[in-house]
Design a protein around this ligand. Structure first.
Ligand SMILES: [Zn+2]
Ligand SMILES: [Zn+2]
Ligand SMILES: [Zn+2]
Length: 332
């Protein structure tokens, strides 16, 4: 018999049921061979002309723009979801709202080396990647058209056309639904208790320890109580802050080491590190200083969500977060 669990932030019920028949599949991720690369990699050093002109880069001081010598490089995406130029042209279509897909879609090229995952990248290199996220977050908010930013990293994703390690930075004129849901949940929680929901969760999990995976000087990793997916984990800063861009240099170094270890742990437990990492941070234009708490969500690509999951947004998870946390802790 499963258990129904409600996430206090997302206000969502999840069925946690370790007796589901798909449980075995959820404890392993099948490695897929990468698709054959057609032609040279546009993200490798020397091929800078194959991408749109760069937006920012960290690299050797003597280096020229759009030339090799970079450590981390940010360019517009080759196939952007939205474009940076133009106006929204907001308009009604009967009862529907429409606007042009204006937004920023940038890619952060995470290393000059073509075949390294976050588990393999030197910590210093991961720190530069996180630094690039902070830089872009501070810069993109200066464009008054944008309200929110997310960072998405598909880790070890064999399905991506680009094998070269990279992540996506997106800025939107709206707040994506998943973040809006959390903001609302956090606001309601704060209105009732005058405390940040994520701070309360951390406090509880750090004492009870059953769902705590790891803790460093500045961060804690948890398997959330109402995990939607097997081995879902959240990385939360111990210091309350709603905006990722307030992360300081000491916290960046700490987070880089932690993310590398997390990817190694997932690789050991699941046999593969395929996962999506998403940065959730407060919108630029709304004061959520007290009630929201930025964090990273790690969503491994294990078992597929059961059919009714997508239809009704009802999640059934065959691996309890307590078991997931215990297995990850052992993999250190
Ligand atoms: Zn490459
Ligand atoms: Zn907090
Ligand atoms: Zn979140």
């Amino acid at each position: 018999m499963g258990e129904l669990r409600r996430d206090p932030v997302k206000n969502r019920w999840v069925i946690i049921d370790p007796e589901r028949p798909d449980r075995e599949a959820a404890l392993k991720v099948e490695a897929q061979p990468p698709p054959p690369l057609a032609g040279p990699c546009p993200l490798c050093p020397g091929n800078e002309a194959m991408t749109p002109p760069e937006i920012a880069a960290l690299g050797e001081p003597s280096r020229q723009r759009n030339q090799p010598g970079w450590w981390v490089r940010v360019t517009p995406d080759l196939q952007p979801l939205c474009r940076i130029e133009g106006d929204f042209d907001r308009r009604p279509e009967g009862p529907f709202d429409v606007m042009n897909a204006v937004g920023a879609h940038e890619i952060v090229v995470e290393s000059p080396e073509h075949h390294l995952t976050w588990a393999e990248l030197p910590e210093q290199q991961l720190e530069r990647v996180l630094r690039a996220y902070r830089l872009r977050s501070l810069d993109l908010r200066l464009d008054g058209r944008f309200r929110s930013l997310i960072v998405v990293k598909n880790h070890g994703d064999a399905a991506s056309i680009l094998q070269h390690p990279h992540s996506h930075v997106l800025a939107f004129p709206f707040v994506p639904h998943g973040i809006e849901e959390e903001l609302r949940g956090c606001q309601e929680f704060y209105a009732r208790k005058e405390r940040c929901a994520f701070c309360d969760i951390m406090l509880h999990e750090r004492v009870s320890r059953v769902r705590r995976v790891e803790e460093t000087d500045h961060f804690v990793v948890l398997a959330p109580f109402a995990s939607r997916f097997p081995f879902e984990t959240w990385v939360l800063p111990l210091r309350h802050a709603s905006d990722f861009a307030t992360i300081d240099d000491g916290e960046l170094v700490d987070l880089a080491g932690l993310m590398k270890r997390m990817m190694q742990m997932l690789g050991k437990v699941l046999g593969n590190q395929s996962c999506t990492i998403v940065l959730h941070t407060a919108p630029f234009d709304e004061p959520h200083t007290n009630d929201y708490h930025w964090h990273l969500e790690i969503l491994p690509k294990t078992a597929t969500v059961e059919g009714f999951g997508w239809g009704a947004r009802l999640f059934v998870n065959p691996v309890t977060p307590e078991e997931a946390a215990a297995l990850l802790r052992q993999a250190v």
